[in-house]
Design a protein around this ligand. Structure first.
Ligand SMILES: [Zn+2]
Length: 249
């Protein structure tokens, strides 16, 4: 259900334990073969499918398309908010909902660069409202809500890359007319050179072409599988939030 379709009166009468979901994504370069909107389109589809699967007791806010994409900013078309500005905006949104009395808030994320700022925002909000009991602030990135590599399809990636096998597959399922030539692209391996550490990076030092992973191995069938697994994972997570009995952990 869409939060912004409710009247103020209806919001006033909602159970304050109703899960509210804030989707956040990005508009950024996805190499030459995928559109700027990829992250926003894919997260939107995961949410649409989750909403169709069952009538959850949850409300979705409109998708926030402006993300943290400064690592892609040297590629034309990338739009990005400075991370601290973005944290402030997300925190303001979360605080709006807390101010209206809601206690169960999930930020569902569709872009890797948003993960750290979301965590920072929610961490700060929890500390600020430390006197509030039963406050549940959660951050989940949609492609971690299930493991597609356990299916029989011939995966060549074991995790999400960028404009990769996974994202290209989902775009082929969703809007193949927006997908350019992906079949001739050589693999760009993930190669974490310092596995024991988190490295700060900009895109062009990992990939001059702007993608990371194996887009040539994408298929619409894989895309269907990914959407199915991730949307079911989202439904399961919302069910868990809704049925939470308020115990601390
Ligand atoms: Zn992406």
């Amino acid at each position: 259900m869409e939060f912004w379709n409710l009247s103020s009166e209806k919001v006033k009468n909602l159970n304050r334990n109703t899960p509210l979901i804030i989707p956040v994504a990005a508009v950024e370069q996805h190499s030459k073969h995928l559109p700027l909107a990829t992250d926003s389109l894919l997260l939107g589809e995961v949410i649409a499918r989750a909403q169709k699967q069952s009538s959850q007791n949850a409300y979705f806010l409109p998708l926030m398309w402006l993300g943290n994409s400064h690592h892609h900013i040297d590629f034309a078309g990338t739009l990005s908010a400075p991370p601290r500005v973005w944290i402030e905006i997300l925190s303001a949104l979360v605080e709006n909902l807390i101010g209206h009395g809601f206690r169960r808030i999930l930020v569902i994320n569709g872009h890797g660069g948003n993960s750290v700022p979301i965590n920072q925002s929610l961490f700060e909000c929890r500390q600020k409202y430390r006197k509030l009991e039963h406050l549940l602030l959660l951050n989940a990135t949609y492609w971690t809500l299930g493991d597609p590599t356990q299916t029989v399809l011939n995966w060549t990636q074991t995790e999400m890359g960028h404009a990769c096998e996974w994202e290209t597959s989902m775009m082929l399922t969703l809007q193949s007319n927006l997908v350019g030539d992906y079949q001739s692209l050589p693999d760009v391996p993930m190669q974490p050179a310092f596995e024991m550490a988190e490295r700060a990076w900009i895109t062009q030092e990992r990939s001059v072409s702007g993608y990371i992973g194996n887009p040539k191995d994408a298929t619409a069938e894989k895309g269907e599988c990914l959407f199915d697994i991730f949307s079911h994972g989202l439904v399961e997570l919302i069910r868990k939030i809704d049925s939470w009995n308020g115990t601390p952990w």
